[in-house]
Design a protein around this ligand. Structure first.
Ligand code: C5P
Length: 306
C-alpha cells in the first residue's frame, strides 16, 4: 500500500475592527474599506492525498458543525478544485475540518476553511514554492474574506474586501465573542443596509485613522472607542436582540463592542484576561446569546502545523 502525504493546517477567525461600506458596484458587491484582525478561534484542517482516484471527500467535525455542507456547496471543496486546476493536479483529496470558528456567525469560518485548503494544497503540491500560483489571487476568486484568512494578523482590506495589506501593530488585544441564536444571511444584511440608506448618494468607504493608530500603539482603550461597523444597524434591525447584547458590554467593563461582520456574533474588546472572564460570565448569564468564547488577536493566518 502506497503511503500518501498528509498536511495539517490551522486557520483563524476574523473580526472587522472597522467596516466602512460604500456604494453597490455594478457587479452587485459593495465597495469596502475595512480593518481586519485575525482572532485565536481556529479551524484545524487535515488534507491528504487519497491516491485511489476517487475524487474529493470532505468531512466536518468539532465543536459546532450544524449546517456545514460536506459537498460542493462548501467553499473548502471549491478551493480544492481551484487549487487542483492551478497546480495541474487531480483533486483526489480527503479533507477533514475540525471547526472551532463559530459557524455562520460573521467570523468568516467558511472563508477560513477555503484558505486552509489552499495553504495545504500548496504544501502538498509545491512544497518548495517553485510553481507558485498566486494563492492570494486564487483566494480572491473564492470569496471576499479568503485572502485575509491566508494573511492573518491585522490588515487593511479594500475592493470588496479581497485586496489586503498588512497593518503595523503592537501588543495583543483581548476579545469576548457572544454567539447569537439564529443566523443572518450576509446578502440580506447588505440589502437591509441599502434599504436603510435609501436612494441618497453613499460616500466612498474609508477606514478611520483612529483604528489604525490604536492598533499600531496597542492601545485597547483607544481601539474600543474607534470600533465601527456600517453593517451593524442593518444586522440589529434584522435581529433586535443584538442591540441588547451589545449594551451589556459597557455595563460589564468592555472598552468597545460591535457586531462582527454581517453578524450575528457580537465582539467585545476588554482590557485583559480578567476583564474577559468577568464579561464572559455576565454575557452567559444574560440568556441573550447561546455561547460565549474568549480570544486574542492578532494571530497568524492559515499556517501549516508540523
Ligand atoms: O464574497 P462573499 O461570498 O463573502 O460575499 C457574500 C455576499 O455578501 C455577496 O454575494 C454579496 O451579497 C455580499 N457582499 C457585498 N459586498 C461585499 C462583500 C459581500 O455586497 N464587499
Amino acid at each position: 500500500m502506497m503511503s500518501h502525504s498528509v498536511v495539517s493546517v490551522r486557520v483563524p477567525a476574523k473580526l472587522n475592527l472597522d467596516l466602512s461600506v460604500g456604494p453597490v458596484r455594478p457587479d452587485g458587491f459593495h465597495e469596502l474599506a475595512t480593518v481586519y484582525q485575525a482572532l485565536s478561534l481556529f479551524d484545524e484542517l487535515e488534507v491528504s492525498e487519497r491516491g485511489d482516484g476517487r475524487g474529493l471527500r470532505l468531512s466536518v467535525g468539532g465543536r459546532e458543525t450544524a449546517g456545514v455542507p460536506t459537498g460542493p456547496d462548501n467553499l473548502a471543496w471549491r478551493a480544492a478544485e481551484l487549487a487542483a486546476e492551478a497546480y495541474g493536479r487531480v483533486p483526489d483529496l480527503s479533507i477533514t475540518i475540525d471547526k472551532g470558528i463559530p459557524v455562520a456567525g460573521g467570523m468568516a469560518g467558511g472563508s477560513a476553511d477555503a484558505a486552509g485548503v489552499l495553504r495545504a494544497c500548496a504544501q502538498l503540491w509545491d512544497p518548495s514554492g517553485e510553481a507558485e500560483p498566486e494563492l492570494g489571487d486564487l483566494a480572491a476568486r473564492l470569496g471576499s474574506d479568503v485572502p485575509f484568512a491566508l494573511l492573518g494578523g491585522t490588515a487593511v482590506g479594500s475592493g470588496r474586501g479581497e485586496t489586503v495589506t498588512s497593518a503595523m501593530g503592537s501588543g495583543k488585544f483581548h476579545w469576548v465573542l457572544a454567539l447569537s441564536e439564529g443566523q443572518l444571511s450576509t446578502p440580506a444584511v447588505y440589502r437591509k443596509l441599502d434599504e436603510i440608506r435609501g436612494s441618497g448618494a453613499t460616500p466612498r468607504p474609508a477606514v478611520r485613522p483612529e483604528v489604525l493608530l490604536a492598533v499600531r500603539s496597542g492601545d485597547a482603550h483607544a481601539l474600543g472607542r474607534a470600533l465601527r461597523n456600517d453593517l451593524q444597524p442593518a444586522a440589529c434591525s434584522l435581529m433586535p436582540v443584538l442591540e441588547m447584547l451589545l449594551a451589556l458590554g459597557p455595563e460589564h467593563g468592555a472598552l468597545g463592542a460591535l457586531v462582527s461582520g454581517s453578524g450575528p456574533t457580537c465582539a467585545f474588546l476588554v482590557a485583559d484576561q480578567d476583564s474577559a472572564l468577568e464579561l464572559a460570565v455576565a454575557l452567559s448569564a444574560s440568556g441573550l446569546c447561546r455561547a460565549v468564547r474568549r480570544a486574542v488577536g492578532p494571530v497568524p493566518g492559515a499556517s501549516v502545523v508540523d
